[in-house]
Unconditional design. Sequence first.
Length: 462
Amino acid sequence: MSIATSVPHTATPERRRTWLRSVPSPGQVVAEPGRVPAVVAAPHVPTCHGTLVEYANFDHGASTPALASVVAAVDKATATYSSVHRGQGWASQVSSHYYEAAREEVARFVGAREGDEVVFTRNTTDAFTLLARAVPRRTRVIVFATEHHATLLPWEPRNTTRLPVPLTHADAEILLADALARTRGSRTLVVLNGASNVTGEYWPVERLSAIARSHGARVALDAAQLVGHRRVDLDTLGVDYVAFSGHKIYAPYGAGALVGRADWLDAAAPYLAGGGATAAVGALSTTWRTGPARHEGGTPNVLGAVALAAACAAIRENRVALETHEAELTQRLVDGLRAVDGVETWSIFGDGADRAPVVTFTIDGLDSSLVSAALSAEHGIGVRDGKFCAHLLVDSLLADEDVDTAVRVSAGLATTDEHVERLLAAVASLAAQGPSVAYDHVEGSGWVPVDDRRGTPTDLPW
């Protein structure tokens, strides 16, 4: 695995081993094995009725709260925070160790293979933009129209084929096989989604990857909505690259990762040209490093990498408990929302498709942004409305409807049984009789209660 050492280069082998044993990794701070990892305590938020309620977070699909173990890891790493890789001071050495140990934890989390590189990025969008710049010229890219804009948009349009929204898993396989059979050229990259950020439905990644490989194509997987819910293993899934974000897996500290084959990455121009990416700089020439450092120029986000690793470790150690918890949440959400008169739920592959705890719905006669505003103002519930950075998919799902946006509820580790029951009761009330208070549509702010007792947030965290 192409992971640079973080111990002092001048140390003897025995001193290196001793030094590494003396500095524990922040990623070791995890919940007890087999238990659902704990998130930071939910805040109490005001309602327009003048009450305070515990915040019901149904917007995990956008960003998750931090795990308690992640906060502890970041706090620990903050105490010795320093710039990495080039400092001889003890704090710099410790930070360098943490940073490279985080790389190893991320590699373990996604089943990286020998020779794969782990490049730290800001998020999934950043990771796919990096990969798009590393793809060799004239590489053909095949991507489904269902994708989040992060994976739909970064590719060279002249070399990109967009496949339509499939109706079933089998339809997706046929569409991909047909597109690959028609593709000409020496290099092809197939871009796949692990789980839809709109509907939460899981894609048949292993089967689609097998089709791609049978045509000699590489596969890049958008796992942003997948790794927090299901195990990802590059070899098992048959993919060449995987990208995901910390803020989707309870590590909201500005770090993500691109993991995969080294050859395209090492041959590409550095993503960030600057210190750390260079091996030597002369008056007329520059020699660039290979490996992850080639694309991580400048001072890296060490604390973000520590947070990402700590989240990966906690999820990896407690995967079974997490999946059991989420399966129960998913079933209750799906069954509960489908049982409400006037509510329509939406899916790509049909109502029986396996999914993460995500449900997208519309309520007859109500604007989705009004539904979102009412759930927040009247019930202290956070959801998402709109097209969820997946305009082509939402337009396809709602093509025959009188609405062009929807409401998405996405649950996770911060979701409790009380939150679910509160949501279902609130949606049923909205569907039956609409909001309980009057709303105005304000330019730039959307729907707001006419008599809003919540006031305006003015306190700052600093």
